[in-house]
Ligand binder design. Structure first.
Ligand code: HEC
Ligand code: HEC
Length: 352
C-alpha cells in the first residue's frame, strides 16, 4: 500500500514537474509530433496580440488561406495574387518593384513590406491605416492600384468554383463568404512566424554563437537603433519620422490617417527580421542596400518639424557611425535571416 502511494506521489510529482518544464520549453523544441498547424509563441517574442479566440488556426482553414493567397482569382482580371507582391523567397516582400505593381501593371505608391510575425502586430501598413489583420486583404482586393476587385465579386467567383466550395465546406461547413475568406487568409498569415534565425538560436541559448564582429554590431544596434527597432520583433510598433526627407508632399505617412500635423512624415517602424532579404528599403523603396540605409542614418538625415528627437540629439543630425561600426551593424542585421522561414513548405505555392 505504502509503496504504491509513494509511487503514485512520485509519478504525480514527475508529471507536474515535466509538464511545467514542457510549458516553458515547448516553443523552442522542434518536435515533429507537434501539430504544425497550431500557433506557437516563440519564447523570446512579446505576447501575440491577434484575436485567436475568434479565429483559431486549423489545418483546413490554413490551407484555404494558402490557396487564396496564391490565387489571382482575388483580382479583377485574374492577373494578380497576393503572392505576386509578397514572395516567400524574400520573407514575403517584393524583391523587384520599388513601388508595388498591381493589375494592368498599375504602379502603387509604396513598397510592399515583408509579411512575417503578423500575429504580434497591432497596426498594419506603413501609415497604420488598418488596425486588424483580418481587414488587410479588403484593402488589397479593393485598391484600384492592387487587385481592383469588389469583395462581393470575389465571393461570387469563389461560390462558382467547385474546389473552393469544397475547401470552405471542409474548413467551415459553409458556402464561400467574405468573413471566412478573411479569416482563412489571417490563419495563413498568422502561422508565418519567423523566429529561427541565428540570432534567435543565440538569444534562446540553443547552441548558436555570434562572431565578435556580430556581437559588436549587436551592442551598437542596442545603443543606437533599438529605441525604435525594439524587442525581438525589432519594432516598437510606433510611427516615427527617421529623416528621409525635409518635407513630405508626396507621402505624408501617418498624417493621412490621423490628419494631425504632428504626424506628418511619420511611418511605422518596420521589423528588421530578414532585412538582408527584403530590399528595397523604406516605405518608398528608395534604398537598395543596407549600406545605403546606414549611410542615411549616419550622414543623410534631414531635419523637419516632426523628425524624431532621438535623431537630433545635441543639435547633431543623425546617428554618428564610423565605417567599421556600420559594417558590424550590417553583420548583426544579417544574423536575423531565417532560412527555415523562407523554405518552409507550409507557406509555399500549393501544388494544385
Ligand atoms: C500590388 C501589390 C500587392 C498585392 C497584390 C497585395 N499586397 Fe499586401 N501590401 C502591398 C503594399 C504596397 C503594402 C503596404 C501598403 C501601405 O503601407 O500603404 C502591403 C501591405 C500588406 C500587409 C501589411 C504588412 C505590415 O507590416 O503592415 C499585409 C499583411 C498584406 N499586405 C497582405 C496581403 C494579402 C493577404 C494580399 C492578398 C489578398 C495582399 N497583401 C496583396 C502590396 C500588395
Ligand atoms: C527614431 C526611430 C528610429 C531609429 C533610431 C532607427 N530607425 Fe530604422 N527605421 C525607422 C523608421 C520609422 C523606418 C521606416 C521609415 C520609412 O520607410 O519612412 C525605419 C527603417 C529602417 C530600415 C528599412 C527597413 C525596411 O524594411 O524597409 C532599416 C534597415 C533600418 N531602419 C535600420 C536601422 C538601423 C540599423 C538603425 C540604427 C543605426 C536604425 N534603423 C535606427 C525608425 C528608426
Amino acid at each position: 500500500m505504502r509503496t504504491g502511494f509513494t509511487f503514485m506521489k512520485a509519478f504525480y510529482l514527475w508529471f507536474v514537474i515535466s509538464s511545467a518544464f514542457c510549458f516553458s520549453c515547448s516553443e523552442e523544441k522542434v518536435d515533429s509530433k507537434v501539430n504544425p498547424y497550431t500557433f506557437r509563441q516563440p519564447a523570446n517574442f512579446p505576447q501575440a496580440v491577434y484575436t485567436f479566440e475568434n479565429n483559431p488556426v486549423s489545418q483546413k482553414g490554413f490551407e484555404l488561406g494558402r490557396a487564396l493567397f496564391y490565387d489571382p482569382i482575388l483580382s479583377a482580371d485574374s492577373s494578380i495574387a497576393c503572392a505576386n507582391c509578397h514572395q516567400q523567397a524574400v520573407a514575403f516582400a517584393d524583391p523587384v518593384h520599388r513601388f508595388s505593381r498591381g493589375v494592368m501593371d498599375r504602379s502603387g505608391t509604396r513598397n510592399a513590406p515583408a509579411i512575417q510575425n503578423m500575429a504580434f502586430q497591432r497596426v498594419f501598413f506603413w501609415d497604420g491605416g488598418v488596425k486588424h489583420l483580418d481587414f488587410v486583404p479588403i484593402n488589397a482586393i479593393t485598391s484600384d492600384l492592387e487587385m481592383a476587385e469588389k469583395v462581393a465579386d470575389v465571393v461570387e467567383k469563389l461560390q462558382r468554383s467547385p474546389s473552393y466550395v469544397n475547401k470552405f465546406n471542409e474548413a467551415y461547413h459553409e458556402q464561400p463568404g467574405s468573413q471566412k475568406m478573411l479569416y482563412a487568409l489571417s490563419q495563413f498569415m498568422n502561422l508565418m512566424v519567423s523566429a529561427n534565425s541565428r540570432y534567435d538560436h543565440y538569444v534562446r541559448k540553443e547552441g548558436e554563437l555570434l562572431t565578435s564582429a556580430e556581437l559588436k554590431g549587436s551592442q551598437l544596434f542596442t545603443a543606437k537603433c533599438s529605441s525604435c527597432h525594439a524587442t525581438d520583433l525589432f519594432t516598437d510598433g510606433s510611427f516615427r519620422n527617421n529623416g528621409l526627407d525635409p518635407s513630405f508632399e508626396k507621402d505624408n505617412g501617418r498624417e493621412r490617417i490621423t490628419e494631425l500635423a504632428e504626424d506628418r512624415g511619420k511611418f511605422k517602424v518596420p521589423s528588421l527580421r530578414n532585412v538582408e532579404l527584403t530590399s528595397p528599403y523604406m516605405h518608398d523603396g528608395r534604398f537598395k542596400t543596407l549600406q545605403q540605409v546606414l549611410d542615411h542614418y549616419a550622414a543623410g538625415v534631414n531635419n523637419s518639424e516632426t523628425l524624431d528627437p532621438s535623431l537630433k540629439k545635441d543639435e547633431v543630425l543623425g546617428i554618428p557611425l564610423t565605417e567599421e561600426e556600420k559594417a558590424n551593424i550590417i553583420l548583426f542585421l544579417k544574423t536575423l535571416t531565417d532560412r527555415d522561414f523562407i523554405r518552409d513548405k507550409r507557406f509555399s505555392i500549393p501544388n494544385e
